[in-house]
Design a protein around this ligand. Structure first.
Ligand code: SF4
Length: 331
């Protein structure tokens, strides 16, 4: 019946409750595991969804399909002009609104984002060493990111989460330093296993530092106890036995959590993806701009989710890298 609530459920019984929206493919950094230094082909302005289109599609997901959480990603979401206005529009849907950012613009934006209704922030920080930061991001902006983390704390985001992608031979010697950073600043560090979504395609399994190794490395210095099950959340979490907070690991490669996956994604140009590693996409933009009704859009989303696969096949012979890089999908 028209206007009726219709949960998005796949053939494994997983119910979609979390939508990741990439609001731009552009970024002010050039992280080596995400983008080439030069030569990225950016989307033309008219290809990218407008704020009204994002608002409409988000409303359909929330009001018609029962989505409870929306995470704004990019590229880098804070380089999208008037991002605070978009946050205001989406916060009006009374949804658990979060953002993943590189943090470099938070000193000027954190308070406004908070006031606009943003509830949670994850800030990417893979190293505390200036030279290495400049090498990994191809930008000398570590100070800005550290100041951005402080601005997020000051604006009242709690907990502020810091995402650190660990790559063997690149920054795995900083696992304890990053954990210590989290303990000192009162932020929750999430270590992320390196995934095969890098633009240069140099990902190999040997470059992955797995969850067990990360946890052992930290626990050898700061004793930990595991926090019970995570539900659909991507991170496993541990509590420091001395009460100095929590730490998490997102073990996408070594301990895939696809069995509990409740996430789907929308790219900046309105392509619907049922998985981060999906090799197939569904064109929502054409429906949005072609006068389709909400029911027709719900129909497309429901049939796409109905065909959602069990999970990524990393390290299996059947694994195919998506045609898009991380910056073109959104974290
Ligand atoms: S890899 Fe795909 S199916 Fe697995 S948890 Fe991530 S988005 Fe879900």
């Amino acid at each position: 019946m028209a206007g009726e609530r219709r949960d998005l459920v796949d053939s494994f019984g997983r119910v979609i409750r979390d939508l990741r929206i990439s609001v731009t493919d552009r970024c002010n950094f050039r992280c080596t595991y995400c983008m080439p230094e030069e030569g990225m082909k950016w989307l033309d302005r008219e290809e990218v969804l407008s704020f009204e289109e994002f608002e409409r599609i988000a409303r359909i997901f929330v009001e018609r399909c029962g989505v409870e959480g929306i995470r704004l990603t990019g590229g880098e979401p804070t380089v999208r002009a008037d991002i605070v206005t978009l946050v205001q529009k989406l916060a009006a849907l009374n949804v658990d609104l979060a953002m993943t950012t590189n943090g470099s613009r938070l000193t000027s934006l954190a308070h406004d984002l908070r006031a606009a209704g943003l509830r949670r922030l994850n800030i990417s920080l893979d190293t505390l060493r200036r030279e290495r930061f400049t090498e990994m991001t191809r930008r000398d902006e570590l100070d800005k990111v550290l100041a951005g983390i402080d601005a997020a704390i000051d604006a009242g985001f709690d907990p502020v989460k810091v995402n650190a992608v660990v790559e063997r031979g690149v920054n795995d010697d900083e696992i304890v330093d990053l954990a210590q950073f989290g303990r000192e600043r009162g932020v929750e560090v999430r270590f992320i296993e390196f995934m095969p979504l890098d633009a240069s395609g140099h990902w190999v399994n040997d470059s992955v530092v797995g969850q067990d190794e990360i946890v052992e490395t930290i626990a050898a210095v700061f004793p930990l106890e595991p926090v019970p099950a995570r539900g659909a959340a991507p991170a496993d979490r541990w509590r420091y036995l001395d009460g100095r907070g929590m730490v998490g690991v997102i073990p996408s490669v070594t301990k895939p959590f696809c069995g509990d996956c409740d996430r789907v994604r929308l790219t900046a140009e309105g392509q619907f993806r049922t998985c981060l590693f999906a090799t197939e996409e569904f064109d929502v933009r054409t429906l949005l701009r072609g006068g389709a009704s909400d029911d027709e859009i719900v129909e497309l989303l429901a049939s796409a989710v109905g065909d959602k696969w069990a999970g990524h096949q990393i390290n299996q012979v059947s694994f195919t890298r998506p045609a898009r890089t991380m910056s073109q999908i959104g974290g």
